[in-house]
Structures are given as C-alpha cells and as structure tokens.
Design a protein around this ligand. Structure first.
Ligand code: ATP
Length: 305
C-alpha cells in the first residue's frame, strides 16, 4: 500500500510577486562559493500565477511574458524542482502564467518556486510547518524564502535568512524591462572580475540602518536617495546601454533609478502614482527598454487565490 500523500483537490493557484532590492551589498565569497549578502527586498506588484493539479506525471507548462525562455523540463524549471522537494514522486501538472520578466533580476523563477512549494504542500496534503516550508525554500535558492515572505525584509547570509522590515506607505515604481536578460552567476562573476582588477578593499555588508529608518518613517525621497546595489557596476559592464536607461528615467522625473538585483531590469522610484505614470509614458517613448511597467510595493508574498 502506498503511503504517499494523495492529491486532495482539483487545482490550487498561488500568486507570487516580483522583488526589487532597495539595498544590495555583496561581501566576500564564502567557502561554499556563495557571496555573503546584506539586502533589503521589497515585493512589488508584478505577479506570476502558478497552478498545480494532480496528474499522471510531473510536468511544467509556461505561458505569458518570456515563456519561450523558461525551461519546461521539470528538472530544470524551479517550480518543477520545488514540487520534487515536496514529494520526490510528485505527480502534478504545473502551469505558470508569467508576468515577471525572465532573467530580469526580479526573482521570477524564485517566486515560481515559492508558489509551487506552497501549492504542492496544499494539494498533496503535506503537513509541513512554516519552518519546514522556509527551509525547503532556502534549499531551492537564495531568493525563494523571500518569495514566500513578501512585504519588505532584510536578507543576510545568501539573502535567504530574513527578518521583516517595518515599512510605512506605498512606493511607486517604474520598471524598464530590457530586451535581453542577464544570468545572475555571470553578473556575480563580473563583479568579482571588476573587484580583482581594482584590487578593491574587503567589501562591507553592514546593516543599512539609514534606509531602515527611512522605510519606517515612509520617507520616499530619503529611500530614493539611499537605494544602493553593489551589482549595478557589474550589470552595467555587461550591458552598457543600461546607463542610458538609468539616466532616461531620472531625466523623465523619477526620484532615483537602480538596477534591480542582478539586472538588467531598471527600477525607478517615483514620488507618487501620478509621477510613476508620467515617467513610464516618457520612458516608453524614448525606446530605451523592451517594455515599461508601473508597479507598487510592498505587496504580500505567495498567497492562494
Ligand atoms: P534573480 O533575480 O533571483 O537573480 P532573475 O529574475 O534574474 O533571478 P529568473 O527569471 O528567476 O531570473 O530566471 C533565471 C533563469 O532560470 C532563466 O533564464 C531560466 O532559464 C531559469 N528558470 C527556471 N525556472 C524558471 C521559472 N519558473 N521562471 C523563470 N525562469 C526560470
């Protein structure tokens, strides 16, 4: 007799948000090959929907923006790997509706993995505690725990050890999505190369207390002034046209612009929603990006819809 947990309901859909890093400091390379990070994540309102239903075999199908660039082999797709992490013999059909840009530095794959973890535990009736879910998320990737968490959070270690951050108000973003993606490992490798060339001092990864205070106070202009990303020079080195995108957004009226995570998406923080709509229209007209979207944050992490 099989002791495998049975599929309990027809289909479960989980919605997962993209992230922007408001602050990203990259420290030294650790013995395990990962860099030590200190980061502040904010979940923003670009969403992927991940639907899981019982099936004869494990499969993944992707539709929507950038679907052609997403592997449908369940061993390669992060949502498929998440299902196997829940049950090595998971027999589920996973459908991903993508709106988060692929290879855009907005943790779309990680969001899908987090959503698939949550959906599969529910569908298969696996009674994991929250701590077990978070541990599985961290095994799947550094950004996956934040996919579950959402909101605003400080991440340390590889970025997987999270604590919630108090954040007041809403932040309005314009996102300039580049024509071609950047692979995260290539951006870290470029940062290492640039640092070696410059014989830079040991990088620091202390807690960004000024930014945390500005977020708690809801001071959008201060938050804009304190946005920081150590990976930005590496992303600009690999995609020099992003410099033009960043200055176009600020010229168009954004408070500040930053490369999101490992890029190449550029995120512009705006004073309010109206300003974001104006900046988005002007940026779209300049032709510096494949597409331009507005989004707000913080929004919740994975939730069943
Ligand atoms: P991060 O911000 O966490 O560095 P990213 O947003 O730059 O990630 P993703 O969109 O998460 O990049 O995906 C990077 C690569 O992972 C893709 O090029 C794709 O080959 C692979 N991948 C595997 N599963 C998925 C998925 N469900 N969605 C998107 N990409 C996936």
């Amino acid at each position: 007799m099989s002791l495998k947990p049975r599929a309990r309901s027809a289909a479960i859909t989980v919605r997962a948000a993209a992230k922007v890093n408001l602050h990203l400091r990259v420290g030294a390379v650790r013995a395990d090959g990962y860099h030590e990070l200190t980061t502040v994540f904010q979940a923003v309102s670009l969403f992927d929907d991940v639907t899981v239903r019982a099936a004869d075999v494990l499969s993944v199908q992707t539709s929507g923006e950038g679907a052609a660039e997403v592997p449908d082999d369940p061993a390669l797709n992060l949502a498929g790997r998440a299902a196997v992490r829940v049950d090595p013999d998971a027999r589920v059909a996973i459908e991903i509706g993508k709106s988060i840009p692929v290879a855009g530095g907005m943790a779309g794959g990680s969001a899908d993995a987090a959503a698939s973890l949550l959906a599969c535990t529910r569908l298969l009736g696996v009674g994991w505690s929250r701590a077990e879910l978070i541990a599985a998320a961290a095994d799947l990737g550094s950004d996956v725990p934040f996919g579950l968490h959402g909101g605003t959070a400080l991440g340390v270690g590889r970025g997987e050890r999270l604590s919630p951050v108090l954040s007041r108000g809403q932040y309005h973003w314009v996102l300039a999505i580049a024509k071609t993606g950047l692979a995260t490992p290539a951006v870290f490798a470029e940062l290492d190369r640039l640092r070696a060339k410059e014989a830079a001092a040991e990088p620091v990864t202390h807690r960004p207390d000024d930014l945390l205070r500005a977020l708690a106070a809801g001071e959008v202009e201060q938050v804009a002034a304190l946005l920081h990303n150590d990976l930005q020079p590496a992303a600009l080195s690999l995609q020099p046209t992003l410099r033009r995108t960043l200055s176009a957004g600020v010229d168009a009226g954004a408070l500040a612009g930053i490369v999101s995570g490992s890029g190449p998406t550029c995120a512009f923080l705006c004073a309010d929603e109206e300003a974001a709509v104006r900046v988005a229209a002007e940026l779209a007209g300049r032709g510096v990006a494949k597409s331009v979207r507005t989004a707000h944050g913080p929004v919740p992490g994975c939730r069943i819809v």
